[in-house]
Design a protein around this ligand. Structure first.
Ligand code: ADP
Length: 160
């Protein structure tokens, strides 16, 4: 059984993240989407809310599970019995950063392998930071995020 960890901030999860998750769930037996957080650094949404919104958005993917973790991704992967990390690539900027991250993780834990998937073109430009920026300026985020996320954020932040 091959378990992959899909780690990230997911603050909030977007349609781009979901696209990568869906493809990952077709390749691996199980994908654990793991919300990384740092107790000393407050994010936009608290990690438990990010996780809950993800859970509500992926109900139709039976082999995907949601969890939260702090600390090193490789330590979390070891704990969960996973030696694959799943990450998404959008642009060459992502690639530069992701390559370094992948090599650092491999230097920390030799068994770990990072698998990169490329998102569909229509999701290529979407990022959590863009969604946050649109939201705080009261713009329409509905086409960028799954429905449970837009519902929650629009109610909470008074968007469209
Ligand atoms: P991190 O803080 O670890 O970069 P993110 O939540 O921003 O966490 O992203 C998690 C992963 O999802 C990263 O591999 C990132 O490149 C990928 N990702 C983010 N947005 C998209 C998107 N629109 N399409 C495909 N992959 C994406």
């Amino acid at each position: 059984m091959t378990i992959a960890i899909y780690p990230g901030s997911f603050d909030p999860i977007t349609n781009g993240h979901i696209d990568i998750l869906r493809s990952g769930a077709e390749i691996f037996d199980k994908v654990i989407i793991a919300v990384a957080y740092n107790a000393d650094k407050e994010g936009f949404l608290p990690p438990n809310i990010r996780a809950e919104l993800i859970r509500d958005s992926i109900k139709d993917i039976p082999n995907a599970e949601v969890d939260c973790f702090q600390g090193l991704t490789v330590e979390y992967a070891k704990k969960r019995g996973a030696d694959v990390l799943l990450r998404g690539l959008r642009t060459s900027f992502d690639f530069e950063y992701e390559m370094q991250l992948s090599q650092t993780n491999q230097a920390l834990y030799n068994n770990i392998k990072t698998v990169f998937l490329i998102t569909k073109p229509e999701y290529n430009f979407i990022s959590s930071s863009c969604v946050r920026e649109i939201l705080i300026n009261k713009g329409d985020i509905t086409s960028f995020v799954p429905e449970p996320v837009s519902k929650y954020l629009n109610i909470k932040y008074g968007g469209i």
